[in-house]
Design a protein around this ligand. Structure first.
Ligand code: ZN
Length: 434
């Protein structure tokens, strides 16, 4: 840049601090990735003897906007490509800025032309902050459907479709960069930037989660109350069974799991075939519930207690937070509390299935189905009996796993109908964290 140009630019910047000095059009597009001319900057390009910073562009637009500019047209053509440079971000741009930039990009396909977006080659390679995930630019909206220029390897030349918005705090600037190019230029710094970006993204999601749970908290508490009552009583049944007939639940679980709960019995049809052999038919009598209830480590009472305790932390607001560089001091707390609540909500569907399976197992119809199956021909049981009345379940079994006997009490909430799936509001929360 000549002294005259620099002076002109300073003057212009003073008058128009948010506008670029020029919207330089490219005449010389000699920077192309020779290895991957159409690709997304996988390799830094060759520059055919011209330093990338010294690309030659016409500055017609600049001249138009600066009528009193003293440089001649001929000299203009020899000018160094300056690009747009806006060192205006003392702090990381707000989410609101990024949201407007996203809208602009999807409406125009021109991410690099949004206010205060710089297009010059970055001078810093460390301490970069990513401001967006990979974004595919709708290049069909661009003049000539050109690709987006890459500030790194092709400032001013069509280069990439997928890119990422980044903040360069030392330069106080933001740039939209080709995603592969960024990766190859930043190396380990890129991995670090990626990790910080993920943490910030999670903070935003957890803040949003708190906002979503707020009005649904009462409904969720009531729903967990219903689950909790049955969980406590089911656990009481299972614990008695394990105490009185140690090993029986595991044995029955193994037998049922082999057939995935599908219970077949052999029926003697009472007729004989040509050879005089009795005709036996296999018949599916039903599918048994209980594979979850009988499984090892069934502990719905403890799990629902943990879930409720984790979810109760939602009642305490998260601290104030904004994306910043360096990372906002509240980040670690938000991530820790957010993860705890997120995991608890993620566990609700599995917990609900375990509780409902216990309720279905104890139904009289299910137990009589298992009883019928346990007394079929060719069973591993020398004797098998399982039955229930209003208050208790009786088990008598003699098999290679040993002799088992139990008579366990069934409290009221273990006899309830399965808990219905949560209402749409809670289901939405579950989908949010799925
Ligand atoms: Zn590039």
């Amino acid at each position: 840049m000549t002294i005259a140009e620099r002076r002109a630019r300073v003057e212009y910047d003073q008058q128009n601090p948010w506008q670029p000095m020029s919207e330089a059009k490219i005449e010389d597009t000699s920077t192309v990735c020779t290895r991957n001319p159409q690709g997304d900057c996988e390799e830094p390009p060759k520059t055919k003897g011209i330093k990338r910073e010294r690309l030659i562009f016409s500055l017609r637009a600049a001249v138009k906007s600066k009528a009193n500019h003293t440089t001649s047209q001929k000299e203009n053509r020899r000018m160094v490509f300056a690009g747009r440079f806006f060192p205006v971000f003392d702090t990381m741009p707000s989410d609101e800025f990024i949201t407007r930039w996203r809208e602009h990009t999807s409406n125009t396909g021109m991410p690099e032309e949004f206010e205060s977006v710089s297009t010059t080659k970055p001078a810093q390679l460390e301490n970069i902050n990513l401001l967006s995930e990979e974004i595919a630019v709708p290049i069909k909206l661009r003049p000539g459907e050109d690709r987006v220029p890459c500030p790194f390897c092709a400032p001013g030349s069509p280069k990439f479709i997928r890119g990422r918005m980044a903040y360069f705090p030392d330069e106080k600037a933001v740039r939209f960069i080709g995603h592969k190019c960024a990766q190859s230029h930043f190396g380990d710094n890129f991995k670090l930037a990626e990790a910080v970006f993920r943490r910030q993204t999670m903070c935003r999601q957890y803040i949003e989660l708190w906002r979503e749970i707020g009005p649904r908290y009462g409904d969720m508490e009531r729903f967990l109350d219903v689950m909790s009552k049955s969980a406590v009583d089911l656990q009481f049944v299972r614990d008695q069974l394990d105490k009185q007939a140690t090993g029986f639940a595991g044995f029955l679980h193994g037998e049922l799991a082999q057939v995935r709960g599908e219970l077949f019995v052999k029926l003697d049809l009472g007729i004989k075939d040509r050879n005089g052999t009795a005709v036996i038919q296999e018949k599916l009598i039903g599918t048994a519930a209980g594979l979850r209830f009988l499984s090892r480590g069934y502990d719905v009472e403890k799990r629902i207690r943990q879930t409720r305790s984790a979810l109760s932390t939602v009642e305490v607001e998260l601290p104030e937070w904004i994306p910043s560089s360096p990372e906002h001091p509240a980040t670690a707390e938000i991530l820790k509390r957010g993860r705890l609540v997120e995991k608890s909500i993620q566990r609700i569907p599995g917990l609900l299935a375990d509780i409902n399976d216990g309720l279905l197992f104890l139904r009289r119809k299910n137990l009589s189905l298992i009883h019928q199956w346990g007394n079929r021909m060719d069973t591993p049981f020398a004797r098998f009996e399982i039955k229930s009345d209003d208050r208790q379940m009786q088990v008598r079994s003699n098999s290679f796993a040993g002799d088992h006997y139990a008579n366990v009490l069934i409290p009221a909430a273990a006899k309830l109908a399965p808990v219905k799936t949560p209402d749409p509001a809670i289901e939405q929360l579950i989908r949010m964290v799925a």
